[in-house]
Design a protein around this ligand. Structure first.
Ligand code: DX5
Ligand code: ZN
Length: 227
């Protein structure tokens, strides 16, 4: 382990609510809280940026009402700047925008921070990492997508590990303390390799909510893998 890696805080899990039972949203959030998970990942899809529609503001607001968890909102929507204020007001703590979804990524990141929220940037598996370099110093979180966004339960793209390693280098080079998050097909089996490559924050949907024994067991499997 390098000194920089040793100095990093413990890996944070951000379970993706996309895979939870929406009819029991409050209970699912409570289970996460009881399991000591501090974040919940909220996947917003508009049927345009990605070929699927998930949910939007009312679900985030409902989650916010019943849970103290940090709401980690991942916007997979065209021109997210149109809705940043609404998501901030609905209860987001962090807002992550796709670099491909706006012509003005620098402005979008600035707007998130002006709203008093933590700003994240993310990119699809086919987007060159150079696309995020201009805003790296301005973000609190970088998310490396390890599937093509749009659906839960997809297979992890193995080349993502190298992309995480490269983003880790890019962040360390500028002395950034930003979270380095990975999302898509993350499991207790590939978690270790991602953390070794420099990830500090793992999103997992089906691996947590689909775990035999429920979400608490899913969380425990990650803890065991990372111990
Ligand atoms: C994919 C979403 C992910 C997804 C992860 O478009 O951004 O957050 O819910 O789900 P799993 O862990 O099942 O791949
Ligand atoms: Zn996501």
């Amino acid at each position: 382990m390098t000194d920089a890696a040793a100095a990093r805080p413990p890996v944070l899990l951000s379970p993706s609510l996309l895979a939870c039972d929406f009819a029991r949203l409050g209970e699912e959030l409570h289970t996460l809280e009881q399991a000591g998970v501090p974040w919940a990942h909220v996947d917003v899809m508009d049927g345009m940026f990605v070929p699927n529609i998930s949910f939007g503001l009312p679900i985030l607001a409902a989650a916010r009402r019943v849970s103290p968890l940090y709401m980690d909102v991942h916007l997979m929507i065209e021109q997210p700047e149109r809705y940043l204020r609404d998501f901030a007001e609905a209860g987001a703590d962090g807002l992550t925008v796709q670099v491909e979804s706006t012509r003005h990524i620098h402005r979008a990141v600035g707007q998130i921070r002006e709203l008093g929220k933590r700003a994240g940037v993310t990119l699809n598996p086919g987007t060159p990492l150079e696309a995020i370099r201009p805003v790296l110093a301005d973000v609190d979180l970088v998310l490396v997508m390890s599937v093509n966004p749009g659906f839960g339960g997809q297979k992890f793209i193995p080349a993502s590990v190298e992309r995480v390693r490269e983003v880790r280098r890019m962040l360390d080079d500028i002395g950034s303390q930003a979270d380095l998050q990975v999302d898509g097909g993350v499991t207790a089996q590939n978690a270790r390799a991602l953390v070794d490559a420099g990830a500090t924050n793992l999103v997992a949907g089906s691996a947590i909510f689909g775990a035999e024994g429920g979400a608490a067991a899913g969380v425990q499997a990650f803890r065991d893998a990372l111990a």
